[in-house]
Ligand binder design. Structure first.
Ligand SMILES: C[S@@+](CC[C@H](N)C(=O)[O-])C[C@H]1O[C@@H](n2cnc3c(N)ncnc32)[C@H](O)[C@@H]1O
Length: 239
């Protein structure tokens, strides 16, 4: 899968891509990332890409021409163009998985300042927000999208590592522990040391449902739960 990120701040993106799992995903060619410096696509002097807004008001607005030029420089039939925006659809794990399976080439546009000339919306396929707050720029949003998509691209991490994670099947992940067995009086649950795989599976299933009930009850969807999970849910609710 290919990502093209259009930004005024290429260094922010480069720094993130040069570490850890995403760096390895690029090295092993599981994903390709190109960074487009928005200033390279303006025809105005001094790399100007923004201007004051019509009608008055604070803040500079990114102009149509450089953004559309940047999109067109990399757009093909396989491209899907995303505008990062607090006004967009809120990003989640389900979309990350869908994008990883259905998009070949994602062009992500990072805004800055007061935002974009609204006519840019004519050149994008969707607006994505990473949450109900306003950031100074779209770089973090684009990296959050890239990271969450890349880690579910085949071969980037082991499938079993992400198939049971939080938000898969509408549940949060189960509790995990590592050495030492006892820390400051807090002990690892006995069952995890028992070597009894069936009991460990049951403990984890219970832990997932318990965590979801306690922390994100809004996620619980009984129509997607197995009979075993429904039974655990009933017991946890004392029904
Ligand atoms: C200061 S914001 C502009 C906000 C805009 N004036 C508004 O209120 O809708 C500058 C840029 O940061 C990015 N951005 C800010 N908050 C975001 C969010 N929650 N999700 C995705 N991108 C965001 C967008 O690219 C946006 O164009």
């Amino acid at each position: 899968m290919k990502f093209s990120i259009i930004t005024l701040f290429p260094n922010i993106i480069e720094t993130y891509l040069s570490e850890s799992i995403i760096k390895k995903a690029i090295e092993t060619k599981k994903i390709t990332v190109e960074i487009l410096d928005l200033r390279a696509f303006t025809t105005l002097p001094h790399g100007q890409v923004d201007d004051y807004q019509f009608g008055g008001g604070k803040g500079m607005v990114l102009m149509c021409e450089p953004v559309v030029n940047a999109i067109n420089s990399v757009k093909t039939q396989d491209s899907f163009v995303v505008l990062t925006s607090p006004q967009g659809k809120t990003w989640d794990q389900a979309q990350a998985r869908t994008f990883s399976q259905t998009k070949k080439h994602l062009i992500i546009i990072c805004g800055h300042y007061e935002g974009f000339d609204s006519r840019i919306l004519n050149y994008v396929d969707c607006e994505i927000s990473i949450g109900d707050y306003v950031l100074t720029g779209g770089e973090l949003a684009s990296l959050i999208m890239l990271d969450s998509i890349a880690r579910v691209v085949d071969g980037v991490i082991k499938a079993e590592s992400h198939l049971n994670e939080s938000f898969e099947n509408n549940l949060l992940d189960y509790d995990v522990y590592t050495k030492p067995v006892e820390f400051d009086g807090h002990v690892v649950p006995d069952v995890l040391l028992s070597g009894h795989h069936q009991n460990i599976d049951h403990f984890r299933e219970t832990s997932k449902i318990k965590n979801t009930l306690q922390k994100r009850p809004d996620l619980i969807d009984t129509t997607t739960m197995s009979p075993v999970q429904l039974d655990i849910l009933k017991k946890l609710k004392g029904e």
